[in-house]
Design a protein around this ligand. Structure first.
Ligand SMILES: Nc1ncnc2c1ncn2[C@@H]1O[C@H](COP(=O)(O)OP(=O)(O)OP(=O)(O)O)[C@@H](O)[C@H]1O
Ligand SMILES: [Mg+2]
Length: 320
């Protein structure tokens, strides 16, 4: 899709201190977004992470104009919402809180109806089915689809407007491992070959780590981390895993050396885990000085899961 308006070169979307409170059925106020600030750089795949109820879906709905914030600003494609909603709606494709299709119609028929709404042709339907790997099953009634197939058809629906920005709320839900891998490579292709920007909420951290360029972590409606995945991981301490005969002696030696040591059980027996920025030779030396010679000392690179848990704990400590 062409773009005639002036837009920031790097930033496609910016949430700036967005707040949203819902009124619950009992008349109470439920804060869903609390000063939520996030940026989505153009041409990136951004993972939106956070515990259940932290505000991910609400944030995505606010971007799509399905929820109206009480405060703060959302700017997308250089347009401030809600005024620019109609303009940006034409440039976004979305799957939010599961797809809504008609059960008695085939997957393809459902997509054709959706395509009409977007002014897209049959070719777009054929291509979308192909991209999500549903060409063979397109003729089958939607009611007979498995959970993963429904999810994939939902993503195909999001692709129909040939969007610049694809907004997907937990698209990996219910997919088998092969389909997860296919979805991951689809995201990379859409970014690399079509320059698409994708924001995807997920609880599957290993997948997010593999496919996302950037992560935004939400806690109680506020963003506690918004940075490139590489940068986030580079700031994490490395885990040194030590396998020794005398675990107690090794533990006290390491603790005397001011390390925080966590006992664990690995595939080959008891282990000690040390989160450290120190190099492993120093740890080996601390042990050797006490006459302890480990069977194994190995480094485990920090994962996104480590970084996520550390960020959540840090935010909890700040609140306590
Ligand atoms: N329509 C609504 N009415 C009342 N409260 C709502 C409504 N929608 C969301 N909330 C509340 O807002 C908070 C954020 O919900 P949201 O669905 O955005 O979380 P989430 O991060 O997407 O969670 P999950 O990981 O479970 O999908 C929750 O406390 C939720 O109960
Ligand atoms: Mg949600």
């Amino acid at each position: 899709m062409t773009n005639e308006t002036v837009e920031p070169a790097e930033e496609l979307v910016r949430f700036d201190r967005v707040t949203k409170r819902f009124r619950t059925a009992r008349g109470k106020r439920q804060t869903a977004l609390d000063g939520f600030s996030m940026r989505i750089p153009r041409g990136s795949i951004v993972g939106l992470l956070g515990p259940n109820g932290s505000g991910k879906t609400t944030a995505l709905k606010a971007l799509l104009g399905l929820v109206r914030p009480d405060g703060g600003t959302i700017t997308a494609f250089g347009h401030r919402l809600p005024a620019g909603q109609r303009f940006i709606a034409a440039r976004m494709g979305a799957l939010i809180e599961g797809p809504a299709f008609t059960g008695s119609l085939s997957g393809e028929h459902n997509l054709r109806l959706l395509a009409e709404l977007h002014g897209a042709g049959r070719d777009a339907v054929t291509e979308a089915l192909e991209l999500v790997g549903l060409t063979q099953d397109g003729h089958r009634p939607y009611s007979g689809y498995s959970l993963g197939m429904k999810q994939r058809l939902g993503v195909a629906g999001g692709l129909l407007p040939s969007p610049d920005l694809l907004v997907l709320d937990e698209p990996m839900n219910g997919l088998d491992p092969e389909a997860v891998r296919d979805m991951r490579s689809l995201f990379s292709r859409l970014r690399d070959e079509r320059g698409m920007t994708i924001v995807v909420s997920s609880h599957i951290l290993a997948e997010v780590e593999l496919v996302c360029d950037r992560v935004t972590i939400v806690r109680h409606g506020s963003v506690i981390c918004d940075e490139p995945v590489d940068q986030l991981l580079a700031h994490q301490p490395t885990r040194v895993v030590v396998r020794v005969e005398d675990v107690a002696a090794a533990r006290s030696a390491l603790e005397e050396g001011a390390h925080t040591v966590t006992p664990a059980v690995g595939a080959q027996g008891p282990e000690l885990h040390i989160m450290t920025t120190t190099s492993s030779p120093l740890i080996t030396r601390l042990l050797a000085d006490r006459g302890i010679y480990p069977h194994e000392v190995r480094l485990e690179q920090p994962s996104l899961e480590d970084a996520y848990i550390a960020a959540i704990h840090k935010a909890d400590e700040a609140l306590a």
